[in-house]
Unconditional design. Structure first.
Length: 363
């Protein structure tokens, strides 16, 4: 799965434009189109910012949507929530992208009318760089929780080698583990903590949030930062959106699910996790997202850190802007779903698409 190209994720802000072009080309190549088949000239435009998980797909969407110009930017889910008014400020973007639902306090601070629409489906993978260890490392929630709380500090730990006897010699030689986590507000942090909270509740006792309470290891900004650190340095492990694992050619762990199977963050396994929940909660204070984390043992091949990501839109925007936003969101949640396969984005289930259409019409 993770042998697609050797494109490097560029860490500096100065190189973000080049990185965007590379992302677009990967998505485009699968469908036999080029990045030059981009946006049409139009008087209106749509601006989006936030989640770095959805950024690769949003970049491809911006390149291929012909209804109007679309600008996208990463920055993390917390940025997406802030940009749509979730910190009490006036919305600065048409769409704030977040992999985590808004909290009740963010909703109370938002004096506008945010609507949270699940518009993409992917996963947070566990990437690693261990000398002598190739593909197929097995990990479970308990081991991951103990790594990120500092209880397991070396790759030769008995719990890890027991799951991976064929790599025991290399793991024993690998020495110290360096956990890498997101230093910015991140939906991947939310998804990863949500999994730990479900899979290892006695060890990971902190409820999920976009802030990662990292006290051991190395903090990095954005998926690009975490992916770059893991790609470069032996002994590292990090939670990284599936698209960036592909781009950086990083090995992804097979993570144990509730059925006791070890699964990779690939399209069939993400889709199996999505079968567990097709209900979008009511908007407002009761909205807590469409959780598909570690579904029950009935979903035998489910990848347990699968996640939706959300387009957050301010209903109080001007009618002209809303119409433009609605058109783009309708396209993204239907036609645009076919553009994410090369980046491990899975098309939205039919029931989610139907519910999305109603939410978009309500804007």
């Amino acid at each position: 799965m993770f042998q697609i190209g050797e494109l490097r994720i560029l860490l500096s802000e100065r190189n973000q434009t080049l990185h965007l072009k590379r992302m677009i080309c990967v998505g485009a190549a699968v469908f036999g189109v080029t990045a030059s088949t981009a946006v049409a000239t139009a008087s209106a435009s749509v601006s989006e910012a936030g989640s770095s998980l959805v950024y690769p797909l949003a970049s491809v969407w911006a390149s291929h949507y012909t209804g109007t110009s679309v600008s996208v930017a990463a920055g993390g889910s917390s940025t997406g929530i802030a940009d749509i008014g979730g910190t009490g400020q006036k919305p600065s973007k048409d769409i704030g992208a977040s992999d985590a639902p808004m909290t009740s306090s963010q909703l109370s601070e938002d004096s506008y009318s945010p609507v949270e629409i699940p518009w993409a489906l992917s996963a947070t993978g566990i990437g690693y760089n261990i000398k002598g260890v190739g593909a197929g490392l097995k990990l479970n929630g308990t081991i991951l929780a103990e790594i990120y709380t500092g209880k397991i500090t070396t790759w030769g730990n008995a719990a890890i080698t027991k799951l991976n006897p064929h790599y025991k010699a290399a793991l024993t030689k690998a020495g110290k583990i360096t956990p890498v986590f997101r230093s910015d507000g991140s939906g991947d942090s939310y998804a990863f903590q949500n999994f730990l909270y479900h899979a290892a509740p006695k060890i990971w006792t902190v409820p999920a949030s976009t802030s990662f309470p990292g006290t051991v290891g190395q903090g990095e900004n954005g998926n690009a930062g975490v992916a770059g650190e893991v790609h470069t340095n032996y002994g590292t492990i990090g939670y990284i959106s599936a698209a960036y694992l592909i781009q950086e050619n990083i090995h992804a762990a097979a993570v144990e699910n509730a059925a006791g199977n070890f699964e990779f963050p690939n399209a069939p396994n993400i889709a199996n996790a999505a079968l567990s929940n097709s209900t979008i909660p009511a908007q407002g204070s009761s909205f807590d997202g469409v959780s598909i984390v570690d579904p029950s043992k009935h979903y035998k091949t489910a990848y347990p850190i699968s996640t939706y990501t959300y387009a957050i839109v301010d209903k109080s925007d001007t009618p002209d802007s809303i119409s433009t936003i609605q058109s783009f969101l309708t396209w993204a949640t239907t036609t645009g779903q076919g553009l994410g396969g090369a980046l491990d984005f899975v098309p939205l289930p039919a029931k989610i698409r139907t519910a999305d259409a109603a939410l978009i019409s309500s804007l």
